[in-house]
Design a binder for this molecule. Sequence first.
Ligand code: SAM
Length: 283
Amino acid sequence: MSEENKQMTTGEVISRYGVRAQKKYGQNFLTDRNVLQKIVDVSEITPEDTVLEIGSGTGALTGLLCKNAGKVIAVEIDKKLIPVLEDVLREYDNVRLIEGDVLKLDLKELLKMEEKSSIKVVANLPYYITTPIIMKLLEERLPFTSITIMIQKEVADRIKAVPGTKDYGSLSLAVQYFSKPDIVLSVPPSCFIPRPKVGSAVLKLGIYAEKPIQAENEELMFKLIRGAFNQRRKTLVNALCNYEGLELKKENVERAIEILGKKPAVRGEELSLEDFARLSGLL
Ligand code: SAM
């Protein structure tokens, strides 16, 4: 690569354009080149792929994505960073930069032209809205084949958690219903400018083309999951019967739990995804 084409480091972009990280947007820019490369490697991006990047920041990851993907759609909320990104990415003709809030964007509309290619999400997410972004990507049934994201380590652990552990909850179940999660790398605060207060991890979600567990009634299953973990310390029967939005009769819940083969005082955290899927059918 010629000197001219060599991508500037995050530190160089920050000082050349006078970028000031905005806390309100969760701006912790990734500086470590090995970590940036690792994110691209585990995403297994090919020229046939379209990549959706959420939160391009100073463009460190975006540039690498442009080198590997057929097309990159990069969303950034901070309008001050748009001219920086335009300049940093000027050598790439396969990037579409969108100024906007990913939570408000109509992603289906945005991606409808891309349906012929495989669409992957790759992002170093803003931590203040990690969960709503993940849920939007999964629940809107968008045609992604994988989602590779940097998130807080603690949230990655919750997503991967199994029944009966303290980390297990509605987020684990919701993500595991749609995808197979894998923590591929732990990343210390020293890899970012400014340093976040928490440890981070790169998580890859392999989206199921066909879900191994299919709920008879998905909407009810997700309500049951929310109800079960809304009051974690209660028995499942009490948690579900007290949950607003679920109008269930106690004897029906007790009977369904018995059919599942669980003891009457079982708590939600002891139920697997398969149990919740069956419960939605029984109720
Ligand atoms: N990708 C860059 C990197 O790896 O250095 C920046 C990552 S930084 C953790 C998160 C980025 O998401 C910031 O640039 C921030 O401005 C942007 N962001 C925050 N909220 C957003 C939102 N609602 N929609 C789109 N981008 C957002």
